[in-house]
Design a protein around this ligand. Structure first.
Ligand SMILES: C[S@@+](CC[C@H](N)C(=O)[O-])C[C@H]1O[C@@H](n2cnc3c(N)ncnc32)[C@H](O)[C@@H]1O
Length: 171
């Protein structure tokens, strides 16, 4: 006879993690065009869960959206961009692999994505317009999440979270 599920520990949080971790600067999610605060808040929680950092423009929109969407005791590390989005990506390319998460011809399917071995920046697109055209030439690779349903795309926070889990080697 196989054993059934064990009972839920009283303090699930402390049983999972003996100490609070910092973010893993090896993995940086960059929702540079994401508009909705709820999506940014969800991505922030995923960053905490997988040990990733987040990079966003230093604007009142992002500061307010992240403050509103925050349900964490302590934020993962946030890189506040001190230059234009495209200039920041260009500079990151010198030391990182830049991945776009997007629906695209010739994209790599999520199932073939390996855990990140080098510093990796993950770009996510706008909820309606996706990743703007001018950023495409700056991406080393595009990752697409296969879909079999009727919807045209996934929610951006869901798409970003699936890719982050994979890159972190946790799924
Ligand atoms: C709602 S989608 C944008 C859809 C937009 N109408 C378009 O055609 O580009 C918002 C973002 O979520 C991500 N996304 C959603 N579904 C995806 C998928 N199946 N594969 C990869 N990225 C996806 C991408 O970053 C995309 O820019």
């Amino acid at each position: 006879m196989t054993a059934g599920p064990k009972s839920r520990p009283k303090d699930l949080r402390s049983s999972r993690r003996s100490r609070q971790h910092g973010c893993w600067d090896h993995l940086v999610v960059a929702p540079l065009w994401v508009a909705y605060g709820a999506n940014l808040g969800t991505l922030l929680r995923t960053c905490d869960a997988v040990g990733a950092c987040m990079a966003v423009p230093d604007t009142s929109h992002y500061r307010a959206a992240l403050a509103r969407g925050d349900t964490l005791v302590r934020w993962p590390h946030i890189h506040w961009l001190d230059r234009s989005k495209l200039a920041w990506i260009e500079r990151e390319r010198v030391r990182s692999v830049v991945l776009g998460v997007e629906l695209a011809e010739d994209a790599t399917p999520l199932t073939r994505l390996e855990p990140a071995r080098n510093r990796t920046v993950v770009l996510l697109g706008h909820e309606h317009r996706g990743i703007p055209e001018e950023a495409w030439s700056l991406m080393d690779e595009v990752i697409e999440i296969p879909m079999v349903g009727q919807g045209a795309s996934l929610n951006v926070a869901v798409a970003g979270s699936l890719v982050l889990y994979r890159l972190a080697g946790l799924s």
